[in-house]
Write a protein that binds this ligand. Structure first.
Ligand SMILES: Cc1ncc(COP(=O)(O)O)c(C=O)c1O
Length: 467
């Protein structure tokens, strides 16, 4: 009888390994288990953010502290962190200049809805690092995208945002749509969403310029909102010429181009936009931009800023629907300034990229040595192992290649041996604090996992937890 295979791995072997690793994990973390049980009733779902329960493991570890590229949990395990808060701490946990700036600002007031000198300096640095945009500060990338969408609608007078199937731009209600049988619909699983989101958003597949043009031809599209590389649907790289096509078509049909660099800031200094000479009308980046403090930024090109000012001057008095009270607080701006000036440097990027390249080469060798029908994709210091021979070209292909069972089993195998990778897919990031030794440990563990999964069932032995 033919064996049931998942991405080249026998399913029964994978299930066995997953069960063994789950048992091993649960047995090794009694303190976390007890602490979670004690706090279980205070929080809806047992933890302060329900996303935390999406980590596929018997129960969560509790973090005692984090520094650089390492976490220590309350059960005493030291963990090499390649998840890095899903990009929030891509520049390392508590980078020294950011921690120093926070300490200096802390006794001088935390929020006052007035500007500071630090804040003005941060604005100039934003221009130096990301380009001559006219900036605004938000608290999350979700908010920054929401405001970018508002601006695009205000200045074009059009209702719809064009997004790519499988994209994620934060919990932005307006673009929570997907493609089903070629038709845009509300994404499945949305909680309490009663609006027909298709009135304000259209989805097409990434890398499909014909579909982009067809959507733009309707005259309803205010803006294309896209990541330069789709990073939330495994990793989907743009075809050669795709970004030029987006820019050309958006201009031809009078739509704005919003580039969300929240994850692709991993590409290099200035993000994918600087590295690949893109020319967005609105540039958005969040997560790690202030070294891990909740801050995001959105910037308008000169031309867009002019149109914004015209639209703003014409609107009726009242609330614009943009901005939140704690945004641009002095603490966030001090951290932003320190991060831009002293952490997010060309040298830091060079280190991160060198290690990411080492990882990529290691994964390529692993895939080749074991004849795995997998691939590895990389954008700067962000890597993803995908369970299909060819990298996906769009969200649908990415979805088809995804295997939660394989991903979850490998993730837990790694965590049981002291390495953390992202929860939803197998994304790995290097930081300025990541070491070559940590990269080599990660590669060695992946190789061990693959060797075990490809070995005969009899060779699968229970193993001890790492201390
Ligand atoms: C590309 C992209 N944009 C925006 C966001 C939203 O970031 P936040 O959750 O910090 O609002 C995310 C979050 O994962 C993201 O991946």
């Amino acid at each position: 009888m033919a064996q049931d295979l998942i991405a080249g791995i026998a399913k029964d072997r994978l299930e066995k390994l997953a069960q063994r690793e789950a048992k091993r994990y649960a047995a090794a973390r009694p303190k976390a288990k007890a602490a979670l049980a004690k706090g279980a009733d205070a929080y809806l779902g047992g933890v302060p953010l329900h996303w935390m329960t999406d980590w596929p493991m018997p129960h969560l570890p509790l973090v005692a502290r984090a520094k650089g590229a390492r976490l220590t949990d309350i059960d005493g395990y030291e963990i090499d962190d390649f998840c890095l808060g899903d990009t929030g701490s891509m520049f390392g946990h508590s980078p020294a200049p950011v921690a120093k700036a926070i300490r200096a600002q802390a006794p001088r007031g935390l929020t006052y809805m007035l500007p500071t000198e630090d804040g003005l300096a941060a604005g100039r640095l934003l221009q130096e690092v990301f380009g001559p945009f006219r900036w605004q500060i938000a608290t999350t990338a979700t908010d920054a995208n929401r405001f970018a969408i508002r601006v695009a609608r205000a200045i074009t007078g059009r209702p719809k945002i064009l997004v790519f199937n499988g994209c994620y731009h934060g919990t932005v209600d307006d673009v929570m749509v997907e493609l089903s049988g070629g038709i845009t619909q509300n994404r499945q699983g949305l909680m309490g969403q009663v609006a027909d989101l298709t009135l304000g958003a259209t989805a097409v597949e990434f890398n499909d310029l014909t579909a982009v043009e067809a959507a733009l031809k309707t005259g309803e599209i205010a803006a294309i909102l896209t990541e330069p590389v789709m990073t939330n649907s495994c990793m989907v790289l743009p075809d050669a010429g795709f970004h030029d096509g987006l820019r050309l078509l958006s201009r031809r049909y009078g739509a704005l181009l919003i580039i969300d660099e929240t994850h692709t800031i991993s590409s290099g200094l200035g993000g994918y936009t600087a590295v690949h000479s893109l020319s967005p009308d609105i540039f958005v980046v969040g997560k790690c931009v202030a070294g891990g403090l909740p801050t995001a930024v959105w910037g308008l090109s000169d031309e867009t800023a002019k149109r914004y000012e015209e639209a703003n001057a014409k609107r009726a008095p009242g609330h614009s629907g943009m901005g939140t009270t704690l945004s641009a607080n002095p603490m966030a701006l001090a951290a932003l300034r320190a991060n831009l000036a002293e952490v997010m440097t060309a040298e830091a990027y060079a280190h991160m990229e060198r290690l990411a390249l080492r990882l990529e080469t290691g994964f390529q060798a692993l895939i080749a040595d074991h004849a795995l029908p997998w691939h590895v994709s990389r954008v700067g210091m962000r890597l993803e192992v995908g369970f299909a021979r060819q990298p996906p070209r769009n969200g649908a292909e990415s979805e088809a290649a995804h295997s939660a069972l394989l991903g979850d089993a490998v993730r837990l195998y790694l965590l049981n041996r002291g390495v953390l990778v992202t929860p939803f897919h197998l994304m790995m990031l290097t930081s300025p604090a990541t070491t070559e030794a940590a990269v080599d440990r990660l590669l060695a563990l992946w190789r061990e996992a693959v060797e075990e999964l490809q070995a005969t069932a009899a060779a699968m032995q229970p193993q001890e937890a790492h201390p």
